[in-house]
Write a protein that binds this ligand. Structure first.
Ligand SMILES: Cc1ncc(COP(=O)(O)O)c(C=O)c1O
Length: 503
C-alpha cells in the first residue's frame, strides 16, 4: 500500500495554529484582556443570574464549522451568547450550592498555565516542582506529615474517590488491584459515612466495585453530625454478619448544613477498629487556615486521607481540588502502573519520572497548581483566613436577621457558612410551605437579585445560602432578605400563585 502522504506534499508554506501576524494577535489579545477586566469590575451592575432567551439557546445548534471564521468572530460569539449567561457564581449575591467565585489573579494564572501548557504527569520541569511545593504548603496547613503524599485533582469528587480507592487497596486484605472484586468470595467490604455525606460517596462506592449497599449510611444527631453510638452499633453488627468494615468517612462541613462530625472521636474509632479514616473536607477543611475557626475541624490532622477543594472556599477558579494521603507508599501502591515508554532516568526530560500519574487516575493533567501557587504568594494565607472568617460572620449575620423577622424561620443550626431557612407565613400547612418556598426560590433566582439553592431537611423545603464568596457584603444579605419577604408575601397572598406553587 502506498503511503497517504509523501515528502512532496510538504510544500511551503506548512501550516500552524500560531497567528500569521503576532502583532495583530497581540492587539486582539490586549482587547480581550481589557474587556474581561471591565466585565469583572462591573459584576455588581448586572443581575446574579439571567435566564437565557430562547433565540440564544437555539443558537447553540450551529452546524460544525469547517471553514475559519477567525478568532475575532469566535470571541464576539462568546461575548454575545456565552458570557451573559453563566450560572452566576462569580456574582456577589451568588450563594447557591457550594461554588467558589474565582479571582482575578488566579484567572491570570490559568492563562499563564495554558500558555506554558506543561504536561503534569511529572517530568523534569519547574511546573512539577510548583505542584510539589503547593502540596507541601497544603500539608502544612492541614497538619499532615511532610512525608505524606498528595495530588491536585479536578475537584472534591475526584479527591474523595482517590482517598476511598487507597482505603480499599490498603485495607482489603488481598490484592484487590490484581483480582478485583468479581468472583471474590471473602467477606463483603463495607464502609461508613453519615447520611449527610455528599453524593460523591455513592458514586465512588459504585465505581470501586463495592456497590451502593457497601456504603453504610449512619444516622445523624440533631446537629446533623454522625451519631457515634449508631456507628459503633453498625460496625459491630456488620462484623457479626461476617462483613469486613474497612473505612469510615468523616465530614468537615456537610453540603446541606455545614455540619462537621466529631473528627477526633472518629479517628479514635478508626484506630481502635483498625479502619481507614477518610475525611471529606471539601470546604470545611479550609477553616484550618483560620486560627479562630480551626478548632471546628480538630482531628482532621489524624485522617489517613483528606479531600478538599481550593475552588470552593479558597475561591479559585475551577477546577482544583486536593487529596492528601498520610501513607505515601499506600497511595502509590493504589495507582502506580509501569509504562515501558516512560523509562526511569535521572537525566533528561523524564528524570524524576511521572510521580503524579502514580497518585491518581489521570496521566495527562493541567497545570492547575499554578493558580494555587500564585494566589498563595499574591494574597498570603492570612488574607484567605480573613475572607473565610468574613463569610462565617456574614452567615451569622444572616442567622440573626432571620431570627428577627417573624415570617422567616431558620431550619437548621448554622455552625459555619451554610444557612437553611424558609419563608413562613402564619398558619400554613407543611405542604403549602414547601410549595411557597419552592416558587419563591425560583422567582428569587429569576429576579437576578440573588442565587441561593435549596435542600430538604426533615421533609421541609429549605432555601439554602452557602457563603463561599469573597465579593459578598453585608448589604447583599439585607437585599436577599428584603426580596425573600417581598416575594414570599406576594406568593402567599396571591391565590393563583399559591395554587400554581402547589401544582
Ligand atoms: C461536602 C462536599 N463534598 C464533595 C463535593 C464535591 O466536590 P466537587 O463538586 O468539587 O466534585 C461537594 C460539592 O459541593 C461538597 O460540598
Amino acid at each position: 500500500m502506498s503511503p497517504l502522504y509523501t515528502f512532496s506534499d510538504l510544500r511551503p508554506p506548512e501550516e500552524t495554529l500560531d497567528p500569521a501576524d503576532w502583532e495583530q494577535f497581540r492587539k486582539f489579545a490586549h482587547g480581550v484582556v481589557n474587556d474581561t477586566i471591565s466585565f469583572l469590575a462591573t459584576l455588581r451592575e448586572r443581575g446574579a443570574w439571567a435566564a437565557m432567551p430562547e433565540e440564544v439557546r437555539a443558537s447553540f445548534n450551529e452546524p460544525l464549522p469547517l471553514e475559519p471564521a477567525g478568532a475575532e468572530r469566535a470571541y464576539a460569539d462568546f461575548v454575545e451568547r456565552v458570557r451573559p449567561y453563566p450560572n452566576g457564581n462569580l456574582h456577589p449575591r451568588f450563594w447557591g450550592w457550594v461554588q467558589g467565585t474565582g479571582t482575578p489573579v488566579a484567572m491570570l494564572a490559568d492563562f499563564l498555565a495554558s500558555a506554558l501548557n506543561p504536561h503534569m504527569a511529572g517530568f523534569n520541569q519547574a511546573p512539577a516542582l510548583v505542584e510539589e511545593q503547593v502540596l507541601s504548603w497544603l500539608k502544612e496547613l492541614m497538619r499532615f506529615p511532610r512525608d505524606s503524599s498528595g495530588v491536585l485533582v479536578s475537584g472534591g469528587s475526584m479527591a474523595n474517590l482517590i482517598g476511598l480507592a487507597v482505603a480499599r487497596t490498603a485495607k482489603a486484605g488481598f490484592d484487590v488491584r490484581e483480582h478485583g472484586l468479581q468472583g471474590y468470595h471473602g467477606p463483603r467490604l463495607v464502609f461508613y459515612a453519615s447520611s449527610e455525606t455528599h453524593g460523591w460517596c455513592r458514586k465512588a462506592a459504585e465505581l470501586l466495585g463495592l456497590g451502593n449497599s457497601a456504603l453504610r449510611r449512619v444516622p445523624v444527631d440533631a446537629n446533623y453530625r454522625m451519631d457515634l453510638e449508631a456507628l459503633r452499633v453498625l460496625i459491630e453488627s456488620d462484623r457479626r454478619e461476617a462483613m469486613q468494615p474497612f473505612c469510615v468517612v468523616g465530614n468537615a462541613g456537610t453540603i446541606n448544613t455545614g455540619a462537621t462530625d466529631d473528627l477526633g472521636a472518629l479517628a479514635r474509632v478508626c484506630r481502635n477498629e483498625n479502619l481507614w479514616f477518610h475525611v471529606d473536607g471539601a470546604f470545611g477543611a479550609l477553616t484550618r487556615l483560620s486560627e479562630n475557626l480551626r478548632g471546628i475541624v480538630d482531628g482532621i490532622e489524624e485522617a489517613d486521607s483528606l479531600a478538599f477543594d481550593l475552588h470552593k472556599w479558597m475561591y479559585l477558579p475551577f477546577e482544583v481540588g486536593c487529596v492528601l494521603v498520610r501513607d505515601a507508599p499506600a497511595h502509590r501502591r493504589t495507582f502506580a502502573a509501569s509504562q515501558t515508554y516512560f523509562g526511569d532516568s535521572d537525566r533528561g526530560t523524564i528524570a524524576g519520572g511521572l510521580p503524579f500519574a502514580d497518585r491518581g487516575i489521570e496521566l495527562t493533567r493541567s497545570f492547575r497548581a499554578l493558580k494555587v501557587w500564585m494566589s498563595l504568594k499574591a494574597h498570603g494565607v492570612k488574607k484567605f483566613s480573613r475572607l473565610i472568617e468574613q463569610n462565617v460572620a456574614q452567615a451569622q449575620y444572616l442567622v440573626e436577621r432571620i431570627g428577627s423577622e417573624q415570617e422567616l424561620e431558620l431550619l437548621a443550626p448554622a455552625p459555619l457558612n451554610v444557612v437553611c431557612f424558609r419563608f413562613h407565613p402564619l398558619q400554613s400547612s407543611e405542604p403549602r410551605l414547601n410549595s411557597i418556598n419552592k416558587e419563591l426560590l425560583l422567582r428569587l433566582q429569576e429576579s437576578g437579585v440573588a442565587v441561593p439553592s435549596s435542600t430538604v431537611l426533615d421533609g421541609k423545603f429549605a432555601i439554602r445560602v452557602a457563603v463561599t464568596n469573597h465579593r459578598s457584603r453585608r448589604a447583599d444579605f439585607d437585599a436577599l432578605l428584603a426580596t425573600v419577604l417581598k416575594l414570599g408575601e406576594a406568593i402567599a397572598s396571591d391565590p393563583v400563585a399559591s395554587e400554581a406553587a402547589c401544582g
